[in-house]
Design a protein around this ligand. Structure first.
Ligand code: GLU
Length: 482
């Protein structure tokens, strides 16, 4: 009997849910459903310095919004749980020990200073930076001595030093990497947490994943994974690396050039059917020149072998065209439901309430005064945005910095936004009036909008960054000086 197909999406909850996660989830989902298999959601949160619980919730919500429902995951459980890696650390420790016992891994006591020095020396000599294997040859007595002294250690894989490692990629055929390029990778860090490589391989094995369908950017990690499978003596899953989504200039999709947050697309009024349809077209075609199809149609004819490797360009014009099509197909019920749930969403209205009531005397004013809470791009024609004492170059510098600062905020709330704006204003030494009015005009399009940081919190990071970027990309010529 052939094995049940089991695939997974394994996002790291370190930021806004990324459109690339939806893209990979969609193909895993379609493959699982086509083959009567299971689609697993695993949260890879072992990087404790970067993992955020709020990001995990947003990832789950975004995938649900797209209808890419998983059979097993941290919220619904399943036979191979827990599905959050931070709850599985003991499993990784045991497996690292297993590799030490088999002679495939070793404890390394090198200090960060030594490793840094080594890296510098290798760089200076024009060599690839890699661990030199100093601790590989420690005797059991030396290891015990260092453990007794409580010297912090990591666990590293003993990677072969010569020859090549080969593995099959489902779409690319055989790939070959020189062992020389595979470092003695760290498996367990000094804090006892696993690295991505160890946790990913152990989990894919224990969760009985049959096909690892993930983005092309992980190809260079795959030799390390294959070495680990072999060291454990486990069968490898099928590896299938999907082509990367690209910006129009063919570079890897990035927020510098395209909105990448799923929350942005939801906020911009893109329908989930349209986004799924669009993502499906990135690297796959239905055939018969058919461009418009539902997820269920895709599943019916889906064949993983038909993924094409040409770098798919994330073309917003195409997405908008598809969206328009799906909008026009909505029946009365779906139309009213959408406006009620997504545009005039009760939760959103309640967040607005304390900010807008003060500025209204009659409800007829609601739509006009508050349109910026519902719009995407604003029309800056004739709007006074650039303070008279500044030119467009200083505006460009200021807005570019502001985008970076907004991106760097972990928890988007009134206090953090307020702090960032104040620090930035002080740093660039703009007059408060000029600075805050500029940010206000760009993000709300009006002078009389409610308190700034509160308003930005309610608007949400996606739409705020979209507007700042819109002015940077298209608006600086049009915006008037005050
Ligand atoms: N945690 C990795 C990510 O963030 C998973 C990569 C993989 O699928 O192996 O995408």
């Amino acid at each position: 009997m052939s094995r049940e197909i089991r695939v997974r999406i394994a996002p790291s909850p370190t930021g806004d849910p990324h459109v690339g996660t939806a893209y990979i989830a969609l193909f895993n989902y379609a493959f699982a459903k086509k083959n009567g298999g299971k689609f697993v959601l695993r949260i890879e949160d072992t990087d404790q310095t970067r993992a955020r619980a709020s990001s995990e919730q947003q990832i789950l919500a975004s995938l649900k919004w797209l209808g890419l429902n998983w059979d097993e995951g941290p919220d619904c459980g399943g036979p191979f749980g827990p599905y959050r890696q931070s709850e599985r650390t003991e499993i990784y420790r045991q497996h690292a020990q297993l590799l030490i016992d088999k002679g495939h891994a070793y404890k390394c006591f090198c200090t960060p200073e030594r490793l840094d020095e080594l890296r510098q020396q290798q760089k200076a000599a024009g060599q690839t930076t890699r661990y030199d294997g100093q601790c590989r040859g420690l005797t059991p007595a030396q290891v015990s001595g260092k453990l007794l002294e409580k010297i912090p250690h990591v666990v590293r894989l003993s990677a072969p030093k010569a020859g090549v490692i080969r593995f099959q990629d489902y779409l690319r055929g055989e790939l070959e990497f020189e062992h020389d390029r595979v470092d003695d990778q760290v498996l367990l860090k000094t804090d006892g947490f696993p690295t991505y490589h160890l946790a990913n391989v152990v989990d894919d094995h224990l969760m009985q994943i049959t096909h690892v369908i993930r983005a092309e950017e992980w190809i260079s990690s795959t030799p390390k994974h294959v070495l680990l499978y072999r060291a454990f003596g486990w069968d490898e899953p099928v590896f299938c690396h999907m082509p990367l989504l690209r910006n129009a200039d063919k570079s890897k999709i990035s927020k510098r050039k395209n909105p990448v947050s799923l929350a942005y697309y939801k906020r911009a009024g893109i329908l989930p059917h349209a986004l799924n349809n669009f993502l499906a077209l990135m690297g796959w075609s239905y055939g018969e020149d058919r461009e418009i199809f539902e997820l269920s149609d895709m599943i019916e004819v889906f064949d993983l072998k038909k993924i094409s490797l040409g770098g798919p360009v994330f073309d917003l014009v195409k997405l908008t065209w598809l969206n328009q099509h799906y909008m026009h197909r909505m029946d009365d019920h779906a139309f009213v439901d959408y406006i009620r749930n997504e545009i005039f969403n009760p939760e959103y209205l309640l967040k607005m309430k304390p900010l807008v009531l003060e500025r209204m005397t009659r409800f007829e004013q609601f739509v006009d005064k508050n349109s910026f809470f519902f719009n995407g791009a604003l029309d800056y024609h004739g709007v006074e945005v650039i303070p008279s004492s500044k030119d467009s170059e200083s505006m460009r510098v200021m807005l570019t910095e502001l985008l970076d600062l907004f991106d760097g905020i972990d928890d988007w709330n009134t206090k953090t936004i307020h702090d960032v704006l104040n620090i930035h204003r002080e740093k660039i030494a703009w007059k408060p009036k000029d600075y805050f009015m500029t940010v206000r005009m760009i993000t709300t399009g009006r002078k009389d909008s409610p308190p700034l940081a509160e308003t930005l919190e309610v608007l949400g990071r996606e739409i705020v960054r979209f507007r700042v970027k819109d002015v940077l990309d298209h608006g600086l010529q049009q915006v008037k000086k005050s």
